[in-house]
Write a protein that binds this ligand. Structure first.
Ligand code: HEC
Ligand code: HEC
Length: 493
């Protein structure tokens, strides 16, 4: 082994293995943060960002002490967190004493193989958005927003790659841990012989489960997307890997009261789940990766989330709006879009042939998988309407509340701005960068190209599977003036 590399110690191998570019968002990390008023108490917000969902990815002490590349920077530092699109936040003695980024939480596990203190994600990792009005401004946090910056796939690969590295061993790690903590004799022994080997083993077990995120024939998910139904198949139902690939955008999850499942409305991009409570239960079980230790406590947390996300309104457009043009745009909307997006079709599934967007996400799920997943949850003694036991044939017509923030657009995030969505598919942007959070009020979306966007973001190529920008041709042949006024109106939703 190269001795220069060896000298860097355990923290460094994390950085070496990932080769992530340092991001421009690092500067933003040190700046003060603005919280958009979303009619929530500060206490609720703190809970959402920091509550422990019980998920365990790595031991707390190990996570706390890991360092990055030859520097003294901690793995969990703001600068390193933003490389994965995680949102740094200040320490809070009550809810976040270690200043972990939004959605990364400490858990105390009282039983089972993860007994002890661990670190894992909660919903806020994928369901919190940020935007900035210019690159030198502080980010605004939007709770329950679309997590368009989070790079889930890179984070998992990073941890697994790190455990795979032969330098992830007790000798190296102990040196680093001793540097920053003062361990007792007993603690030193348990780290050397128990905690570190087990951490490595657990991370490597995940390698097998995550095999499909290393497949060379699949493009990267990129920032703000994950392959949700395949995650469910491989982690919950544990079916063998197939060749399907259906990454989708992290959606916003505010204002869930809009879904009325008695009116045949369905949840998730392809309408594969019956109601909001079911989705919350399934998401929470997915994070947990095991049956809940205390079912009542688990369901109480689900109820809190349900209540919270049901009540919470979409955020208002924060930049100037031209009211006269909004009125004109509303007429265009009523004529061209309302038949689907403000009608009894809204929130229900329409056939793929009618919308014409990419099919891959539909292929990643099926009736048998839904039956299996429902059986597993039922066996845990949890009652819910659950997943729709049908093969999927189309996409939900999305509600458009807060659509100004929900770029990139369509289920697979293949269209960077609203203006681009109103352009005929053949003329839409072919390559862009996702996950940069500077806002573009002219085209409505995030800045998608240029030096900064390319440094911070991940490249999205619409020629590749799982990310093609076909379909949804509605409004693409409107006049330039009608498109402009329609876009102005869409900002107000
Ligand atoms: C690793 C990222 C990730 C985490 C963590 C996560 N979600 Fe999601 N969530 C997604 C993605 C991606 C989808 C879209 C799935 C699809 O339809 O393809 C989604 C869909 C949803 C939806 C459906 C939205 C709609 O309008 O149909 C809800 C509600 C939701 N999640 C709630 C939660 C809750 C509550 C938690 C925590 C218990 C959570 N999620 C954790 C990524 C995540
Ligand atoms: C025939 C029904 C139909 C009509 C008409 C229609 N849409 Fe859609 N729209 C859909 C469906 C279905 C989707 C989801 C498709 C997908 O994600 O693959 C969608 C998605 C969208 C999205 C992306 C939502 C997101 O969160 O990414 C936007 C924005 C949108 N439509 C705006 C419009 C506008 C503006 C018009 C009028 C010019 C319009 N739609 C007309 C059915 C329709």
């Amino acid at each position: 082994m190269n001795s220069a590399i060896q000298k860097l110690g355990i923290g460094s191998l994390l950085a070496l293995s990932a080769a992530m570019p340092a991001s421009a968002q690092q500067q933003a990390a040190a700046q003060p943060v603005t919280l958009l008023d979303q009619a929530w108490s500060q206490e609720d917000r703190e809970w959402y960002y920091n509550f422990s969902q019980g998920s365990a990815i790595i031991w707390y002490d190990v996570f706390l002490n890991l360092e990055v590349a030859g520097s003294e920077e901690l793995f969990r530092s703001d600068a390193n967190s933003v490389r994965f699109g995680l949102i740094p936040q200040a320490a809070n003695p009550r809810t976040n004493p270690d200043a972990f980024p939004v959605g990364v939480t400490k858990n105390v596990v009282t039983e089972g193989r993860w007994k002890g203190e661990t670190v894992g994600p909660n919903c806020a990792v994928c369901h919190t958005a940020t935007y900035r009005s210019s690159s030198d401004e502080a980010p605004v946090f939007i709770t329950a927003g679309n997590g368009h910056t989070t790079n889930v796939e890179a984070f998992f690969r990073y941890l697994v790659d790190c455990a795979r590295d032969p330098r992830f061993n007790a000798d190296n790690l102990m040196r680093e841990i001793n540097l920053v903590t003062d361990l007792s004799w007993f603690d030193r022994l348990s780290y050397r012989f128990l905690i570190i080997p087990i951490t490595k083993k657990r991370l490597l077990e995940r390698e097998a489960q995550f095999k499909w995120v290393y497949r060379k024939d699949f493009p990267d998910w990129g920032r703000g997307r994950d392959d949700a139904m395949n995650l469910t198949k491989y982690f919950m139902i544990k079916v063998p890997m197939d060749d399907t690939f259906g990454p989708t955008d992290m959606p916003s999850i505010w204002n869930l009261k809009k879904y009325n499942h008695e009116k045949n409305m369905r949840m998730n991009w392809a309408g594969d789940s019956h109601d909001a409570r079911s989705v919350i239960i399934d998401s929470a079980l997915g994070l947990l990766g095991a049956p809940p230790h205390d079912k009542d406590e688990f369901l109480a947390q689900v109820d809190w989330l349900y209540d919270y996300l049901t009540r919470k309104p979409a955020p208002k457009y924060p930049f100037p709006i031209d009211k006269v043009r909004v009125a004109a745009g509303e007429v265009v909307f009523d004529r061209t879009c309302a038949g689907c997006h403000a009608s009894d079709k809204t929130g229900t599934r329409i056939p793929l042939a009618e919308v014409g967007t990419e099919k891959d996400r539909l292929d990643s799920w099926n009736k048998q998988a839904a039956i299996e997943a429902n059986r597993i949850v039922k066996e845990m003694g949890i009652e819910r309407p659950g997943l729709v036991e049908e093969d999927l044939n189309g996409y939900d017509v999305p509600f458009l509340d807060g659509i100004w923030l929900r770029a990139p657009y369509l289920h697979n995030g293949s269209v960077p701005t609203l203006r681009d969505l109103l352009t005929p598919p053949g003329e839409r942007t072919k390559v862009f960068w996702r996950g940069y959070d500077v806002y573009d009020p002219v085209n409505v979306g995030f800045v998608m190209e240029g030096a900064e966007a390319e440094r911070v973001g991940t490249k999205h190529d619409t020629a590749l599977r799982g990310g093609r920008n076909m379909g949804h041709v509605f409004g693409t042949n409107l006049s330039a003036e009608d498109k402009d006024t329609l876009i102005e109106y869409l900002k107000t939703l």
